[in-house]
Design a protein around this ligand. Structure first.
Ligand code: AMP
Length: 282
């Protein structure tokens, strides 16, 4: 496998992209905040399959974190990330500095309305504005043919798809399956925060989602009944606090009065101080 090239300068990255385009090569892009795991790797593999060149970005985007969130303590290990990218056969790892991405007088933002006020958006003010803005910047720098997002962050995927549609952007946004640990826990860089005890409690989230899906398949379509089932399972584990659990349309993210195939159960739970999200498609 060729070694992944680490690029930290925006101008250098743009020059490389210009040359790749002149050669007629297609570019697949996987945006991440780093501390890479198998969820990220699955996106890289999707990109490698579809494109000549794969670019992964690692950037802990300050403007998508709220004041009391974990921007400072978010796990970072660029050497480890570079090694993972090399092993997977990623061509470029783009790791720009915060200073270059957001100079002091930075003042331009992208706001996607209508699907950002609910679920995570209701509790993380400005989060999706930060996400849409940074993804837009990356699209401008990297001019990817395709960009890969995990369904782990289901609302984020829908926000980006909406932005690309509304702004007539020339990139295909591809949603990839949510990857779980063997025992069911959704993979996340934030799982690193969990103590062994909390790790056990965190398992309640996927357990509850699987159980709700099973009940739906048996015929339960009342969202309140499904949500109660989930709340009961999760709250029976120590140190868990549900922030929200909702059943929404898989496309519009609108709340449902009756659960149907194609809907998504989305959930955010604090386990100790760690906020985890997960979801399941019905
Ligand atoms: P993050 O580094 O957490 O911002 O995630 C970067 C990308 O990887 C996003 O598109 C996430 O949805 C995706 N991702 C993170 N965890 C998973 C997972 N467990 N399964 C699939 N995709 C994931």
């Amino acid at each position: 496998m060729g070694k992944t090239k680490l690029i930290t300068s925006i101008d250098e990255m743009k020059e490389i992209v210009k040359d790749l385009k002149l050669e007629g090569l297609s570019i697949g892009f996987v945006p991440t905040m780093g501390y890479l795991h198998d969820g990220h790797i699955s996106l890289m593999n999707c990109s490698k399959k579809d494109n000549d060149i794969t670019v992964v970005s690692v950037f802990v985007n300050p403007i998508q974190f709220g004041k009391n969130e974990d921007y400072e303590k978010y796990p970072r290990d660029i050497e480890r990330d570079l090694e993972i990218c090399s092993n997977v056969g990623v061509d470029y790892l783009f790791h720009p500095s915060q200073k270059e991405m957001y100079p002091e007088d930075y003042s331009t933002f992208v706001v996607v309305e209508g699907i950002t006020e609910i679920l995570c958006g209701a509790y993380r003010e400005g989060h999706f504005k930060g996400v849409a803005t940074v993804v837009n910047k990356f699209f401008n720098i990297l001019k990817p043919n395709r960009a890969y997002f995990g369904k782990k962050d289901y609302q984020q995927l829908k926000v980006i798809q909406r932005m690309v549609r509304d702004l007539n952007m020339d990139v295909e946004v591809i949603g990839c399956p949510l990857i779980r640990e063997k025992d069911g826990l959704a993979m996340s860089s934030r799982n690193k925060y969990l103590s062994p005890e909390e790790r056990k409690s965190a398992l309640s989230i996927s357990k509850a989602l699987f159980e709700a899906k099973r009940r739906f398949e048996e015929g339960e379509t009342n969202p309140e009944a499904l949500k109660k089932l989930i709340r009961d399972i999760i709250s029976s584990y120590p140190n868990t606090k549900i922030q929200y659990v909702e059943i929404v349309d898989g496309e519009t993210l609108k709340f449902k009065e009756k659960a149907e195939k194609g809907d998504v159960i989305a959930i955010a739970v604090f386990v100790g101080d760690t906020r985890l999200i997960d979801n399941i498609e019905l």
